[in-house]
Each structure stands twice: as structure tokens, then as C-alpha cells.
Design a protein around this ligand. Structure first.
Ligand code: UDP
Length: 261
């Protein structure tokens, strides 16, 4: 059996040592958590869908020149990625008032924001990922001013691209969370997009009906979590609903050599 060293166990993903130095294997689990881990459930098949959706988005973003940690998908649940040093920030980009922003500032859910807003949260489960400003980030050395500029500009590029991509398939990208890492390449250090982008980390509303197609279905006990993720995957064209093309494959033949009715 292939014994791999586990290097990190997260809530929805596990990281294993990769086949070559500087690589890791990112494994997508079916676990869903909310309220900082206090609410937990297994959603059979979620990991498979997130692996596919995230692969698709990272590939498309790579094509427009956004540097990412993604190398290739390995199987249903795993992808090969470059090992990076994660910048300990959750970078949230918002286009429409929802969630904690709507609560904090008393905004009506669904109201378009005057412009896209980028927020930073310090990655610290024990503290409930508090929101922080550039002042905190630089004072405590979590990232340099140059890195913050790079992160901001990449986050906005990711947002512009994804707003258009999702709109094209009838989905409103309300907000999302991304993470970035430092990729060490000899003497060079580059900031690259890391982690994942999936319905676990985005708010995706159907344009026509307003239906939520994301993790809010789990957070708010709306049901149909897997179906919503499947719908996103289907619209992106990454769900193979009928893996066997019509007319192909084995045909049942009765023992008399005739096709059964
Ligand atoms: N988000 C995330 N992980 C977190 C917190 C938020 O992926 O730990 C995503 C969330 O899915 C949403 C966006 O970031 O798309 C903004 O979330 P918000 O700050 O409104 O927090 P929430 O209301 O989800 O607690």
C-alpha cells in the first residue's frame, strides 16, 4: 500500500506529501463544517465535486495569467499542487451585501455594493478568524506591504474573471474567500493563489430564482446541499452526467444470441 505522510489535516481537506520535493497532494473530504467547526456533517460526494470545480476554476484562472499552486488533478478526490507557505489570511472579496458584512453594517442582503470590497481575516480558529486591517498585517509581519498589494490585485483579478464566468452560467457571484501562498523558486518568492475555490468558499446565487447554490444551504439548514453543488458543477460543464456515450458500451445478449427485449 502507498503510505503517504500526512502534512496537514484541515476541516474539508487533507494535505499529503507529494511525489517530488516541493509538491503536495490536496485531498478533498466530504466533511462540511460551519460555526467555526461547531456544526459538522458528512455530505457524501461533496469532496469529489469540489475537487472538480476547484480544478476547473484554477485552470481557467491560470490561463488568464493568475499564478496558482495547481499542477494537475490526480483522481476523483485529489490534486497535485505546489507546496507554498500559506499567508495566514482569509481574503474575502464581496460584490453584493450578504453574510457577516450585511450583519455588521446593517445592510440589506442582496444589495449590490458600490464597488468590490476586499477584506482580510487573520487565520486563527481559536480566535474565530478575526477581521484585520493592513496595519495589523504589516505590524505583526503576516505579510509585507508589497505582498498585500499583490494579494489585493490578484484577488480583484480573480473576482473580475469569476463574476463574468459565473454570470455566463446564470450565477451571481456574491462573495468568496481565497488564500494565497509564497512559492519559493530558488531565490525568487512569488505570491500565488492557493487552497481551493468551490461552493464551500463562495456565495453563489441563481440569477433567475435567487436560489443559493453554495455552503449557505448547509449553514442555514436549507437542505439540498449536494444537489446545489452538482448544479454548479453541471453548469460549469465539469459533471459527467452520462459517462458512457449513448450507443457505446456492452449490449446485453441472451443465451440464444438474441438481444433481450
Ligand atoms: N468564507 C469561507 N471561510 C470562512 C469564512 C467565510 O470560505 O471561514 C467565505 C464564505 O463562504 C463567503 C465569504 O467567505 O462566501 C464571506 O463570508 P462572511 O464573512 O460573510 O462570513 P459568514 O457569513 O459565512 O460567516
Amino acid at each position: 500500500m502507498n503510505k503517504r505522510r500526512r502534512v496537514y489535516e484541515g476541516k474539508a481537506k487533507t494535505l499529503y506529501e507529494g511525489p517530488e520535493p516541493g509538491t503536495l497532494i490536496q485531498h478533498f473530504k466530504d466533511d462540511a463544517t460551519a460555526l467555526n467547526g461547531k456544526k459538522h456533517s458528512l455530505i457524501d460526494g461533496k469532496g469529489v465535486l469540489n475537487n472538480r470545480i476547484s480544478e476547473y476554476l484554477f485552470l481557467r484562472l491560470g490561463e488568464i495569467g493568475v499564478p496558482t499552486h495547481f499542477i494537475k488533478r490526480l483522481n476523483m478526490r485529489e490534486q497535485l499542487i505546489r507546496e507554498v507557505e500559506i499567508i495566514p489570511l482569509e481574503v474575502v472579496v464581496r460584490n453584493v451585501a450578504a453574510g457577516s458584512l450585511a450583519t455588521r453594517l446593517g445592510l440589506e442582503e442582496g444589495k449590490p455594493l458600490p464597488r468590490s470590497i476586499v477584506e482580510f481575516y487573520y487565520k486563527a480558529d481559536a480566535l474565530n478568524d478575526p477581521m484585520v486591517s493592513e496595519e495589523h498585517i504589516t505590524a505583526f509581519g503576516w505579510a509585507t506591504p508589497q505582498e498585500i498589494d499583490e494579494v489585493m490585485s490578484l484577488a480583484l483579478r480573480v473576482n473580475d474573471f469569476m463574476v463574468g464566468l459565473f454570470l455566463g452560467i446564470g450565477i451571481r457571484l456574491v462573495d468568496f474567500k481565497v488564500e494565497f501562498g509564497r512559492l519559493y523558486d530558488n531565490e525568487l518568492v512569488r505570491v500565488v493563489l492557493a487552497d481551493e475555490i468551490s461552493p464551500d468558499s463562495c456565495r453563489l446565487w441563481d440569477v433567475a430564482t435567487g436560489d443559493k447554490l453554495d455552503k449557505d444551504r448547509f449553514r442555514k439548514d436549507l437542505g439540498g446541499v449536494l444537489e446545489a453543488y452538482q448544479e454548479v458543477a453541471r453548469r460549469l460543464g465539469v459533471l459527467t452526467e452520462n459517462p458512457r456515450p449513448k450507443g457505446a458500451g456492452p449490449v446485453l445478449v441472451a443465451s440464444n444470441g438474441q438481444k433481450p427485449h
